[in-house]
Design a protein around this ligand. Structure first.
Ligand SMILES: Nc1ncnc2c1ncn2[C@@H]1O[C@H](COP(=O)(O)OP(=O)(O)OP(=O)(O)O)[C@@H](O)[C@H]1O
Length: 256
C-alpha cells in the first residue's frame, strides 16, 4: 500500500509521567491512514498511558506526538477521533439509554448542534453494527459488561471518525461480540479509517492487524508486521504479567 507522507499518529521519543513517576520513557511509533496497529504488553507497560497521551488526556513531557500532523497539545479537531476508553467495571447508574449514549458520540461531530436526519441514521447504523438494535431503548445500566462495551464502541463509531483509538475493546467481551467487533472494524477500515487499539490478545482481530507494537516498561520492545501471518503460538502477546518491582498493581478501575 502506498503510504501518505503524513502519518495519522506519530510518536517520537514520547515521555510522560503519572503521579511523578516516569511511565512512558521514549515511545516511538506511527500509524498511517488505513492502518490498524495493536499495542500489546504486560500490565503496567504503558499501553493505556500511550493511548491516553494520543487522545490528549495525559500530558507529554518530552519528545513529539502529532495527530494528523499537528502537535497534540495544539490539536482541536477531536471530531476526527473516536475514543473507546478502557471499560469501567462499574455500571455507574447512568440512566441514559443505549441510543442516547451512542447519539452523544455523534454530537461531538455536530459540535453540539442538534442531530439531523443523517446524524440519526449514522447513530442507528452504529447501533446495528454492534448488534444492539433490539436494546436501543434500554438504559445502559441494565446491560451486561460486554453489551456496555459494545455501546462504547458504537458511540465512537457514530461520529464516523477518521481515527479510532480503543483501549482494550475486547476486555470482558465474549467470542461472538469479539467477532462483531472484528467485522465492525473491518467495515470502518474499508471506508478509510485508521485504528490504534490496546489488546491483551489478538483473538479474532488478528487478521485485521497490520502491525503489533509490544511495549515493555514504557518503551517499544519490538514491532511485528502482520502478526496473523506468524506460526500458531508465536503471536506477540506477553506470556504473563510482568509488573516492575516498583509498580503498584494496576486495577481495572475504568477511565481515570
Ligand atoms: N493515575 C496514575 N498515577 C500514577 N501512576 C499511574 C496512574 N495510572 C497508571 N499508572 C502507572 O503507570 C504505569 C503504566 O500504566 P498503564 O495503565 O499505561 O499500563 P497498561 O500497559 O495499560 O496496563 P494494563 O494492561 O494493566 O491496562 C503502571 O505502572 C501504573 O501503575
Amino acid at each position: 500500500m502506498e503510504r501518505e507522507a503524513e502519518p495519522v499518529i506519530a510518536l517520537d521519543g514520547v515521555t510522560a509521567e503519572l503521579g511523578g513517576r516516569p511511565v512512558l520513557r521514549g515511545v516511538r511509533l506511527s500509524l498511517h491512514r488505513g492502518e490498524v496497529v495493536a499495542l500489546l504488553g504486560a500490565n503496567g507497560s504503558g499501553k493505556s498511558t500511550t493511548v491516553r497521551a494520543v487522545v490528549g488526556q495525559v500530558p507529554v513531557t518530552g519528545g513529539a506526538l502529532t495527530l494528523f500532523g499537528t502537535p497534540v497539545r495544539k490539536f482541536t479537531d477531536w471530531a476526527r477521533v473516536g475514543y473507546v476508553p478502557q471499560r469501567s467495571t462499574a455500571a455507574g447508574g447512568v440512566p441514559a439509554t443505549v441510543r442516547e449514549v451512542v447519539a452523544a458520540g455523534r454530537l461531538a461531530r455536530r459540535r453540539l448542534r442538534p442531530l439531523r436526519r443523517a446524524d440519526r441514521a449514522a447513530v442507528d447504523r452504529a447501533i446495528e453494527r454492534v448488534g444492539l438494535a433490539e436494546l436501543a431503548r434500554e438504559p445502559v445500566d441494565a446491560l451486561s459488561g460486554g453489551q456496555h462495551q459494545r455501546v462504547l464502541i458504537a458511540r465512537a463509531l457514530a461520529a464516523e471518525p477518521e481515527l479510532l483509538v480503543m483501549d482494550e475493546p475486547l476486555a470482558g467481551v465474549d467470542l461472538a461480540s469479539q467477532e462483531v467487533l472484528a467485522a465492525t472494524l473491518r467495515t470502518a477500515v474499508d471506508s478509510g479509517a485508521s485504528v490504534l487499539l490496546v489488546l491483551h490478545e489478538l483473538g479474532p482481530l488478528a487478521p485485521l492487524i497490520d502491525r503489533a507494537v509490544v511495549l515493555g516498561h514504557g518503551r517499544v520492545e519490538r514491532t511485528v508486521e502482520h502478526p496473523a501471518g506468524l506460526p500458531e503460538g508465536s503471536h506477540p502477546c506477553h506470556p504473563a504479567d510482568e509488573l516492575e518491582p516498583s509498580a503498584e498493581p494496576t486495577l481495572q478501575t475504568g477511565i481515570f
